[in-house]
Write a new protein. Sequence first.
Length: 408
Amino acid sequence: MQITQDRTTYINCETAKINYSEDYFSDSDFQIIPNGLVFQKSIQHQHIECVEWEGLTVFFKTEAGTIPFDIFSAAFYLLSRYEEWLPYVPDQYERYGHTNSIAFKEHFLHLPLVQLWFMKLEKKLQIHFGEYQLPCKEFSFVPTYDIDIAFSYLHQPLIKNLYGFFRDLSFGKFELFQERANVYAGKQKDPFDQFDFLESLNLKYHLPAIYFFLLADKRKGVDKNIHPSKKALQEIITKTAERFKVGIHPSWHSGEGAGTLKKEIQTLSNLVQQPIEVSRQHYLKMTIPETYPLLIEAGIKKDYTLGYGTINGFRASYADTFYWYDLKNDTVTHLEIHPFCYMDANSIFELRQPVYEAKNELQELFNQVKLVKGAMSCIFHNHFLTDQPEWIEWKKMYAEFLAENFEV
């Protein structure tokens, strides 16, 4: 691909070409009229008015051109997360809430809309220029696991387990009391220890899984994993790293300064004896533009945080990797963004879906990404995939979903 502002170069080009300007050359031009966003040098409120184009929601409508909207500015608006650079009311975890987004307000959060636009653009270019086609891409599925709490009972602080025994008894939760006793007596595995189960699924279906480990130095607030100095956690990490990619799950408090984040990354790097270049924020705590520069400074090259912790769908209206664009400095960075579109915790706690509804939503999102030949990333937690009565159906659902889509 070549981008030029030279009129002669454009006119003399005999291959597929797009006139992205207000200048008229000929009736045979494939022209897209700019609305001006991509040429601006400041961050400012954008007037968004949505209309329908061939069954899809679009905005930045133009009165002329081969297609009736500025597809480049619209895609840039969504991928750069332009709306997150503007003032908004954060949610209870200081995150950008999905209710602020145009995708939610205009009912296209469930679609990889940018890719659907460009599929239509490709077809129109083929009609206009004969055999032209965009480079072919392949669909991929990447399951990821957040290891927030590796063990329910084992290796937890003594005071926590003593309190748990008395709490279960006082509330009549005799099954939990017995389970805790059996685990400590060595009669059964800790219920959160589902690492063999996950490994077997990933190996069976040849899935490029990624595990994100929370390695907070202090147990505080939502940072509840056992201490990274515990041998049991270290063994899980090193064993996992032998077969799968591992990344850091920066603690809630790591955002307070680069020093804490770097320490957690170094702890994981020392354990697996390799550089750590992938991350996902714990509780998806991130803000634009503050979080990404911290990750870049700490040596992170790929981040898997982009998505919502309150609803499933496509936060950037895109299901594939892209580079973070720093609007403030008007430059593309080398930080790869890997958005996710489904998280089990959203289905369980935020949407309160029955298991069958969650499975249907997961399948619908899967189908959408497969349609556009994108990269589907989703989040599961080991402590929601257990054999305990409240979670067993979720565990079965995940196994069934993989079998139905990847069984040969």
